[in-house]
Design a protein around this ligand. Structure first.
Ligand code: C2E
Ligand code: MG
Ligand code: MG
Ligand code: MG
Length: 282
């Protein structure tokens, strides 16, 4: 009888896996052409400085599936990477971000802000990525110093000698690189020395443990002190509570992002909020 139960369990598991595979396959098909069908939206989450002043934002992509559901990038970005749609989608995100920065450049309340864009390792290592981005800078006329690119440590796992030179040619134009989710991936500290990252983003999993968990506290302090010693800006992501904020301030953190300050908002709402806050200071 136990055997039978075991077999049923296996069958149930197979069906569940099969079901998940089918859903992913359908989503992959649906992703294709999503841009043409206008299914993507840019959201933006504020990044703030020591006095909670907004210094910029991170662009976070949202996908509205044809059936009306909003699907998280944590779910569809890996699928887009598998099928290669990431190149088209990523290009669109960068283009919309550059266009947004150009629009903002005439607006004194928005023009000082920077925008960070997440770029998949897959997307970045495509040989024509940097060339196309450099063209985009010229075509849109964006000030490259307002644009940050977030890469994760997964870029270090790729043994491609062109990565450094691609990063350097973009840096030469003024683009800033941020190392996202720092501490969770292939952290080889030697890469921090040879790749031109100007910003480290402390992963939210470490921030979440502060100030209760002593290991998280030690890791956060170590990242802050190492990053600052290397002359990098260190930003804490996933800050949700005042206690986390205070701990970070006390240990010299100068840049913050998280629900404690602002949720990701649709881009027009982000802009409207900037105008409201600045015209009615409280
Ligand atoms: P990420 O770049 O590390 O972005 C931070 C994620 O944490 C976002 O999730 C954001 O909504 C969430 N977050 C922000 N503050 C808090 C907080 O205080 N608490 C908690 N629990 N979460 C917070 P989201 O928007 O679902 O994005 C997930 C991931 O998807 C991103 O992680 C990024 O790796 C990827 N992604 C998003 N947009 C794009 C894109 O345009 N291109 C690529 N390649 N990847 C993207
Ligand atoms: Mg990011
Ligand atoms: Mg992150
Ligand atoms: Mg992440």
């Amino acid at each position: 009888k136990a055997k039978e139960g075991g077999r049923n369990t296996i069958r149930f598991f197979d069906i569940a896996v099969q079901y998940a595979i089918e859903i992913n396959a359908r989503l992959q098909v649906a992703l294709h052409g999503g841009i043409a069908r206008n299914e993507f939206r840019l959201f933006c989450q504020a990044q703030v400085g020591r006095d909670k002043e907004v210094t910029g934002g991170e662009i976070l992509l949202r996908w509205r599936h044809a059936n009306g559901d909003w699907i998280s990038p944590a779910q569809f970005i890996p699928l887009a990477e598998e099928t290669g749609s990431i190149h088209e989608i990523g290009h669109w995100v960068l283009l919309k971000t550059c266009e947004t920065l150009v629009e903002w450049s005439n607006d004194p309340k928005l023009s000082p802000l920077t925008l960070s864009v997440n770029v998949s390792a897959r997307q970045f290592i495509k040989p024509d990525f940097s060339q196309r981005l450099l063209q985009m800078l010229v075509i849109t006329g964006v000030n490259p110093a307002r644009l940050k690119l977030e890469l994760t440590e997964s870029i270090f796992a790729i043994k491609d000698p062109n990565i450094v030179s691609h990063m350097q040619s973009l840096c030469a134009q003024g683009i800033v690189f941020a190392l996202d989710d720092f501490g969770t991936g292939y952290s080889s500290l030697s890469y921090l020395k040879c790749l031109p990252f100007q910003q480290l983003k402390i992963d939210q999993s470490f921030v979440q443990g502060v100030p209760e968990d002593s290991d998280s506290c030690a890791i956060v302090q170590a990242i802050l002190s190492m990053g600052h010693s290397l002359g990098m800006e260190v930003i804490a992501e996933g800050v949700e509570t005042e206690a986390q904020h205070q701990f970070l301030l006390m240990h010299g953190c100068k840049a913050f992002q998280g629900f404690h300050f602002a949720r990701p908002q649709a881009l027009p709402d982000f802009c409207a909020m900037r105008h409201d806050q600045l015209s009615h200071p409280c």
